[in-house]
Design a protein around this ligand. Structure first.
Ligand code: UTP
Length: 288
């Protein structure tokens, strides 16, 4: 069995990075010279995925344009023989078969995933959150797929978060199986202070099985009045268990201002064109 499809929910309002995300989707905000969502699409492609559904919302047409041809721009770059730039622009349109669907009402991540049912059909699929960029040696989605193919259980990308932050995330009940692999039998979304199950949280990636759609269909609204994906995953965890993979990689939450800044600094430090300048600049910064 192969995982051939990925869903990228990117319909959220991005209120934490306003006003930057007022007319530009937060997923299109750059990390140095590429929009965040391109890193995520590339991760899916590098994990062997051929078909990708991006779930958008009104006002997010820039995402579609980014993954389309741009004939006038390409003709101008061709004429001026800017071959490298031309290639980088064409690459965006040729990465994979990318489909788009609008989540007409913003009713939560679980609702967004439910709208993907006709695209996914009856096979396991990967979910990559549209505002979580993860830089790693092996693409994180591939790390999860490799484990899913061995264990055949819903597989979650997990990491420990700071105790002071756990109330902003999910909290998982975990038992270590081997190395970075955990058995997960329960979870709670945004636990009240002191009521967390562990500091492990689901962060940005998972491999789901199609039964998630039946569960989402009947789910009442959860935390924040939204249909929460985690409420459906919890039913599976309580019944069969899930697998948590403490993945290798650094995750940047592009949905918050500090996350966006960290991603830019760290990617810039290793970017072949500007790395030296950036290092010199940062070393010379005087911070009061
Ligand atoms: P977030 O809660 O992090 O994104 O959702 P948000 O709603 O844009 O954040 P705020 O407004 O700054 O708090 C996690 C992921 O789920 C998607 C988001 O786009 C993000 O990738 N999402 C969320 C949807 O696609 N639809 C929804 O109804 C809610």
């Amino acid at each position: 069995m192969k995982i051939k499809k990925a869903v990228i929910p990117a319909a959220g309002l991005g209120t934490r990075v306003l006003p930057a995300s007022k007319s530009i989707p937060k997923e299109m905000l750059p990390i140095v010279d590429k929009p965040a969502i391109q890193y995520i699409v590339e991760e899916a492609v590098d994990s062997g995925i051929k078909e990708i559904l991006i779930i958008t919302n009104r006002g997010k047409e820039a995402i579609e344009d980014h993954f389309d041809y741009s004939p006038e721009l390409e003709a101008a770059l061709e004429k001026s023989e800017k071959t490298d730039l031309l290639e980088s622009v064409r690459k965006c349109a040729n990465l994979a078969d990318i489909f788009f669907l609008r989540q007409r009402e913003i009713k939560g991540l679980g609702h967004a995933i439910f709208t993907a049912r006709p695209f996914v059909g009856n096979e396991p699929f990967a979910v990559l959150f549209g505002d979580d960029v993860i830089i790693s040696k092996t693409p994180v989605t591939k790390q999860l797929i490799d484990v899913f193919l061995k264990k055949s259980l819903t597989t979650l990308g997990i990491k420990e978060v700071k105790e002071s932050d756990i109330s902003k995330f999910s909290s998982l009940s975990v038992k270590n199986l081997e190395d970075n692999i955990f058995f997960v039998d329960d979870m709670v979304e945004k636990p009240e202070i002191g009521k967390h199950l562990s500091l492990y949280s689901i962060l940005g990636r998972c491999i789901l099985t199609p039964e998630i759609f039946d569960l989402l269909e009947d789910l009442p609204p959860g935390v924040g009045g939204e249909i929460q994906l985690i409420d459906a995953i919890k039913i599976i965890a309580n019944r069969d268990g899930c697998i948590g993979v403490d993945f290798e990689g650094t995750r940047y939450d592009l949905g918050n201002k500090f996350g966006m800044l960290k991603a830019n600094i760290e990617v810039a430090l290793n970017h072949p064109e500007i790395s030296e300048e950036v290092r010199e600049y940062l070393a010379g910064l005087k911070i009061d």
